[in-house]
Design a protein around this ligand. Structure first.
Ligand SMILES: Cc1cc2nc3c(=O)[nH]c(=O)nc-3n(C[C@H](O)[C@H](O)[C@H](O)COP(=O)(O)OP(=O)(O)OC[C@H]3O[C@@H](n4cnc5c(N)ncnc54)[C@H](O)[C@@H]3O)c2cc1C
Length: 333
């Protein structure tokens, strides 16, 4: 069987990192979709630079566009790129329809010059979206904090109210609790062994809220939690706020409350991180550095805590780890 097509049965969606006018016109993209199961196309300015500069496929369009009026290079680039993206999107449309929007996209990048400008990036993304006018367009934005206003807080809603957030003792009265976790904290703590005796508890230094960003994000999250509780649709369920309580209003007081009561929530990971630096415990085949025949295969190998919940990533580590054990065993036979 075609090995690229076979990837489908392993739940993999192959995307092509290439685009050029002749490649679409000659039906080559269509063939890759139908024969190899390609499910998407990524583009970027470098790909277009090669396609436009490295062939005469665009010469006719360039002359036609320049005959209409003088254009800056960037406008010329955009006009050519938008046309190609539209055509690729049309070729991928059957995939998009068949998979009900789960796949079948073609991507177009927002200019990296806007990487540090959140509002500019959003406006440009919306403008490009309108210019291309295809449902299966995926706009890519530069991966900077400013360029990607993605959620950085996860909220948890419990149908119980606690007397003390720290001790988690239930109140006698019914209630609800909104708690929050920062998705991408910057603060780093440590876990150290204190003795060579395996039964001795380690020394754990959480070092929460050690950076300005973590403090700001946590306070902003607490304010959003309050806005959720204050929403008119929840009004009839809310008598008053127990913790931190109405008297706690300033950023400093909210932060002090978070420092006094905050703790980890169920996602410990990274204590045996994968890598090749002095702090790494396992290599990229999950083998413990310096100890033959020993692997660690669980959440502890994650070099950084994922921004979402970690059960699915842990299962992925486990599946891959099991495959590696089998592969190595086969090699030894
Ligand atoms: C209350 C709670 C709620 C959670 N909710 C979610 C959620 O909603 N979504 C999500 O994605 N994640 C959630 N998680 C996180 C996720 O479930 C765990 O992070 C994940 O299961 C970790 O998997 P693991 O294999 O690394 O460790 P574990 O599942 O903890 O497995 C470690 C295993 O090692 C065994 N073990 C320990 N010491 C020894 C020893 N010395 N010898 C032999 N065996 C030993 C333990 O008994 C255990 O079976 C939650 C975690 C908790 C605690």
């Amino acid at each position: 069987m075609n090995p690229v097509k076979a990837l489908e049965s392993h739940g993999q969606a192959v995307w092509l990192d290439f685009l050029a006018r002749g490649f679409i016109a000659k039906g080559e993209l269509k063939t890759l979709i139908e024969r190899d199961g390609v499910r998407g196309v990524t583009s970027n300015p470098a790909i277009f630079e090669k396609a436009i500069g490295g062939s005469d496929e665009y010469d006719g369009s360039v002359s036609a566009l320049l005959k209409e009026r003088d254009r800056a290079v960037v406008d010329l680039y955009e006009a050519l790129a938008v046309e190609d993206i539209q055509k690729a999107a049309d070729v991928l449309r059957p995939v998009y329809d068949k998979l009900q929007g789960e796949d079948g996209y073609v991507s177009l990048e927002v200019s990296p010059y806007l990487a540090r400008d959140t509002d500019g990036t959003i406006a440009e993304a919306e403008r490009l979206w309108r210019a291309v006018g295809r449902d299966n367009l995926m706009i890519k934005v530069p991966a900077t904090r400013e360029g990607l206003p993605a959620p950085d807080i996860q909220f948890f809603m419990s149908h119980a109210s606690y007397g003390s957030a720290h001790k988690r003792d239930l109140e006698r009265l019914p209630g609800m609790t909104i708690s929050l976790g920062q998705c991408r904290p910057e603060s780093r703590g440590s876990v150290h062994v204190k003795s060579a005796l395996p039964g001795t508890e380690p020394s754990i230094r959480p070092n929460f809220l050690a950076t300005e960003l973590d403090c700001r994000t946590t306070v902003a999250g607490m304010r959003i939690a309050r806005r959720i509780a204050d929403h008119p649709s929840l009004e009839r369920y809310v008598a008053h706020e127990n913790n931190p309580g109405a008297s706690v209003q300033s950023d400093e007081d909210l932060l002090a409350y978070a420092r006094a009561t905050g703790h980890t929530t169920h996602h410990p990971s990274g204590t045996c991180k994968m890598g090749h630096d002095p702090k790494a415990v396992v290599d990229d085949r999950l083998r413990v550095h310096g100890i033959a025949g020993l692997r660690v295969i669980d959440a502890s190998v994650m070099p950084l805590i994922p921004s979402g919940n970690i059960n699915a990533p842990t299962l992925m580590v486990a599946e891959k780890g099991a495959d590696m054990v089998k592969e190595d065993a086969r090699r030894l036979r």
